[in-house]
Ligand binder design. Structure first.
Ligand code: HEM
Length: 122
């Protein structure tokens, strides 16, 4: 009985890594990266590490683009997610170019896309 339980546990772990995290869990991971970036976006000494964190957010949203929300149109959700990915890529470039004025404007865009996404699909 014990070994059966261990087997079931191991199978569930491998299924999780094969299929990845839920949309909600991925959003939460993106959120902790975004909070960290928001708190340090005006500190130019953090630009390289913030660019790397934004790159992680891009990978998360690429995954989330394939994960359907429970409500709303999936294709419109995908269009909005793609728009966000493009802004995040611009942000990565702005951090790498040490253009913190541009960073500020792009962070505002990310916040408004986040709000729009949550108003429509969450
Ligand atoms: C930087 C941008 C974003 C951040 C940091 C973010 C963060 C989050 C967080 C923390 C949650 C979990 C809330 C909870 O239920 O406890 C969430 C849920 C959700 N977000 Fe976002 N979000 C962002 C952008 C977007 C965009 C652009 C969309 C849509 C195009 C979107 C769609 C959703 C949906 C559908 C859920 C509910 C997921 C579920 O519970 O299954 N989010 N988001």
């Amino acid at each position: 009985m014990k070994s059966l339980m261990v087997l079931v546990f191991l199978i569930s772990l491998s299924l999780q890594s094969a299929f990845g995290q839920s949309l909600k869990a991925n959003m939460e991971s993106a959120n902790s990266l975004f909070k960290q970036i928001s708190a340090t976006m005006n500190d130019a000494s953090r630009n390289a590490s913030n660019a790397a964190e934004i790159n992680k957010m891009v990978s998360l949203f690429e995954k989330m683009k394939t994960q359907s929300p429970d409500s709303g149109s999936f294709s419109e959700y995908q269009t909005l997610t793609q728009e966000l990915i493009m802004v995040l890529k611009d942000l990565e470039s702005a951090f790498l170019a040490n253009d913190n004025a541009k960073v500020q404007g792009l962070m505002q865009k990310v916040n408004s896309l986040k709000k729009e996404g949550h108003d429509k699909y969450k």
